[in-house]
Write a protein that binds this ligand. Structure first.
Ligand code: CO
Length: 149
């Protein structure tokens, strides 16, 4: 039993620094209209969770622009449709859209953009989505985001 407790204590200590450093992630987007991940887990211990979108392609943002928008899974389709109407000047996100938890601007190849997600806005048991609202992209460029342990 003593040995087991010692092992558990060691694991807890070893995990702590990594946990603290996990309040950030990077999502890559490319010229093939793809994100390099389908899911993001936000650690409950973070106050703010930082997501950096990195466009690793070469195409300009007018042709293959990408952004990263976070909403509930339920709001995604409507937010995406309103974003398309809002147009490129608004980074394909309707102005002051309360359904949008966070979003980056639209970027082109070689660029990157970072957003901060207030973790208090992410509820346990609710499914969230991250997606690219550049017209025609959300069908492929989407993934799920949820609150983790
Ligand atoms: Co895109």
């Amino acid at each position: 039993m003593k040995k087991l407790l010692a092992t558990l204590a060691f694991c807890a200590t070893a995990a702590a620094p990594a946990f603290a450093a996990d309040c950030a992630t990077t999502v890559e987007a490319n010229d093939m209209m793809q994100f390099n991940t389908k899911s993001i887990t936000v650690p409950k211990a973070c106050k703010s969770f930082s997501v950096t979108l990195k466009h690793v392609g070469k195409m300009p943002k007018t042709a293959m622009g990408h952004n990263l928008v976070v909403t509930t899974a339920a709001d995604m389709t409507a937010v995406n449709a309103d974003g398309m109407k809002a147009g490129a000047a608004s980074d394909f996100v309707k102005k002051d859209d309360a359904r949008v938890i966070a979003h980056t601007k639209v970027i082109g190849g070689g660029e990157s953009a970072t957003i901060e997600i207030p973790v208090a806005k992410i509820a346990t048991g609710t499914d969230y989505s991250f997606f690219c609202s550049f017209p025609g992209h959300a069908g492929i460029m989407k993934g799920s985001l949820k609150l983790g342990a």
